[in-house]
Structures are given as C-alpha cells and as structure tokens.
Design a protein. Structure first.
Length: 416
C-alpha cells in the first residue's frame, strides 16, 4: 500500500489524459456499434443465427491477424497504427450509416463491414496495449494500467446503454455517434507525444525469418515464467468461471428479474472493476503483488460460486460486483507485469499473445459454460466452474512460484 515514505508518483498531465480519452471514446464507439449492428441485423433478418454471424465476422479476422499485428506494432510507429485503425473504424461506421440511409436490406454488406472492423481491431489491440509504457515513467506504470483499465470498463458500462438509447431514435444516430467516437480517438492521438523519439523500436522485429519473427512473442512468453503464469492463470480462471455467459438464463429462470434485472446484473461486474481500478490508481500495490493476484483470482471463484447458488437479485449483484473487483486486481497485476517484464521491442508481440489468450478465454468460456449447463444443469455448471477456478489457483501457485513471490511490481526486471 502507499505510505508517506513511498508517495504515489505523478502521471504526465498532457499525454496520458489524452490517451485515456482516446481509449475511452474508442471503446465507447465499439460498444455502441456492437449494439446498433446487432439490433439492425436482427431487425432485417429476424434470425438469431444472424447475430452469431455478427460475432463471427469480427472474431475470425482478430484471431487470424492478432499475432501478425503484434509484429507490426514492434516495427511501425504505434501512434500511426492507432491513428490508421481509428480512421478505418470511423470509415466502417460511415459505411453502416450509408447502408442505413439507403435502406439496404441485404445483410451481406453488413458482414463485410464487420470483417473490416475485425481487421482494424486486430491491429489496434497490440499497438494500443504496447503504447502505454511509452507515455509514462516506469514507476508510474502501475497507476497508468489501473486508470487505463478503468477507462475501458467505464466505456463498457456506458456504451451499451448509450447504444440502446441512440438506436431508439434510429440506427443512423448510433452510427453517427460511432463515427464521432472513433474520430475523437484519432484526433487525440495526433497530439500525444511519447517519452522517446520513436513510438516503436525497430530491432528484433525486423530480424530473423518471417516465421521466427511472427512467433517471437509466443517464445518469449513461454520462457518467462512470471508472464506465462499471469497470462495462463487468467485464461483458465475466466474459462472455468464463465458465469457472465449465463446471466440471461439466471435473470429469467432463477431470479425472475426480467430485462431490467439482466441490465443490473450485467452492470455489476463493470462497476466493481471501475471502482477497484480507481482505488488502485490512488493506492498502487507496493507489496506481495503476486500473492494478492492469486488471492484475487480465488475471490473471483468464490464470487462465481455465490452467484451460482444465489436466488436473490441483490446477493447476485453483490457476487458479480466482487467478481468484477477481484478480476480488476488480477488484470492490474497481469497488465503491469507484462509491460514491465517485457522489453519494448517485444511489447507488441507479447501484447498480441495476451490478447489472443483473453479472446480465447472469453469466447471459449461462454461455450464451455453452455456445454456444462447442458450436461449438468444451470446452477451446478456455474458452481463447478467456480470450484474449478479455485483449484486452478492452487495448481498455478505451485507451478509458478516466481509469480507467487512477486513483491513490488516496480522491481520486476526484464529478462532477455
């Protein structure tokens, strides 16, 4: 914890707030677009399968291109990548606006635009994650990670609600707001200056064979027990503790709370994450960071079990709030470790590996939850998942002692 002897280092007053704003409006635009396109495509088709294709059109290019995008982030100016992808996303939103105003009823062009949007997100992800250490000094990075994640979670809370409200007035209003959000992101990035002259080093990313460069991030993560342990712990914890995917069923069949209750349930984890992120930004972890990370993931598992067993809306919201708060602590430690334990010339590719793990855990976690619910029933599947998360914590604490023993995050060193 922060004390009078260890004052919290200040963050840059110009560049970091601009980046935080760019991050917020970019995610906000993505959330609004997700709501608007889903509503619009379903209005055209009245086919639930069409909604599955909305997700697939974005997911496939992200899976296929994230590793190459990480290599690009280590070779090209990262600010330029974020600017270019923001412009492309604004153009995609403009394309949706055009289709809407023209009254196009063929969903093919919508899926094509979503594929382009998935490509843009694949390249924006590694560049954005590896850009943050270029803006703040090393001893301020943990606070920056907490605030950056809080900005993301705040946009996740506000975005769907804003998207729904805008769609009520017409999809064109929502797509216009998306264009504005992505434009603000690009505009803010134009005025950000990094601590060094280059916004991306050009070293190991441009040497060796193409396959070697592409897989360098995977090899680096595999050879760094602290980084591998942190990323894989999150992967299996989210994979097993996928209670979020079961929220609609709980709201309708267990809690009998209706759509309003579902909205409250969906907001509870994000609220817990935002408040915890703001607390960590004010009081960064100074001791026992690794042990606290393991305890937080175990707390996530306990929250999952409580949610699974609860038949009361308030208790369920409290459990989800705790899950969001503990997950935020885990993300905070993991995000800081990855940035501090990775040399800058590798950050794009390592960030790409991390994004692949996150994407896999989210997508596969929802699938695993559905399969478990089909085999064991709704409540047992969630409870088993929570127990599995706690079991993973114990196993990972034994398999990755270096991660468990991490004390001060700022003392973590890069190992070549």
């Amino acid at each position: 914890m922060t004390s009078a002897q260890t004052p919290v280092p200040p963050l840059p007053r110009h560049n970091f707030p601009l980046f935080l704003g760019a991050r917020f409006f970019g995610v906000l635009g993505t959330m609004i677009l997700s709501v608007a396109v889903g509503w619009h495509v379903y209005e055209i088709t009245r086919d639930p399968l069409a909604l599955g294709y909305v997700g697939l059109a974005q997911f496939l290019p992200m899976v296929l291109l994230t590793l190459p995008a990480g290599q690009v982030a280590d070779m090209v100016n990262r600010r330029f990548i974020i600017l270019a992808t923001s412009a492309l996303q604004a153009a995609v939103a403009g394309g949706f606006l055009f289709l809407t105003l023209e009254g196009i009823q063929d969903v093919g062009p919508y899926y094509a635009l979503l594929t382009v949007f998935g490509v843009s997100r694949a390249f924006a992800g590694p560049a954005g994650q590896s850009f943050l250490p270029l803006l703040v000094p090393r001893d301020s990075l943990s606070r920056a990670v907490a605030l950056n994640t809080s900005a993301f979670q705040t946009a996740v809370i506000v975005g769907p609600a804003a998207g729904g409200a805008l769609v009520a007035f017409g999809a064109a209003f929502a797509y216009t707001a998306c264009m504005a959000g992505f434009a603000v992101t690009g505009f803010a990035m134009m005025f950000i200056r990094t601590l060094t002259q280059q916004a991306a080093p050009v070293t190991s990313a441009s040497t060796g064979s193409a396959l070697s460069r592409l897989t360098a991030g995977i090899r680096y993560v595999r050879n760094q027990p602290v980084v591998l342990g942190a990323i894989s712990l999150d992967l299996f914890a989210v994979l097993l503790g996928g209670a979020v995917a079961m929220m609609p069923a709980y709201a309708q069949d267990i809690l009998h709370a209706g759509p309003t209750g579902l909205g409250l349930l969906r907001s509870a984890p994000a609220v817990g994450a935002v408040l915890t992120g703001l607390w960590l930004a004010k009081r960064p972890l100074r001791r026992n960071a690794g042990a606290i990370m393991f305890l937080s993931v175990a707390g996530f598992g306990v929250g999952t079990i409580v949610f699974g067993l609860s038949e009361n809306l308030i208790l369920s919201m409290v459990a989800l709030f705790v899950m969001g708060a503990t997950d935020m602590v885990s993300m905070y430690v993991r995000g800081t470790l990855i940035q501090l334990a990775t040399p800058d010339e590798m950050r794009g590719r390592v960030s790409a590996v991390n994004l692949l793990f996150i994407g896999a855990s989210n997508e596969l976690g929802e699938f695993e939850s559905g399969v478990m619910a089909a085999f064991f029933g709704l409540v047992p599947s969630v409870v088993i998942g929570g127990i599995g998360t706690i079991a993973v914590v114990g196993l990972w604490a034994w398999m990755f002692p270096d991660l468990r023993k991490v004390d001060d995050l700022n003392a973590v060193t890069v190992k070549h």
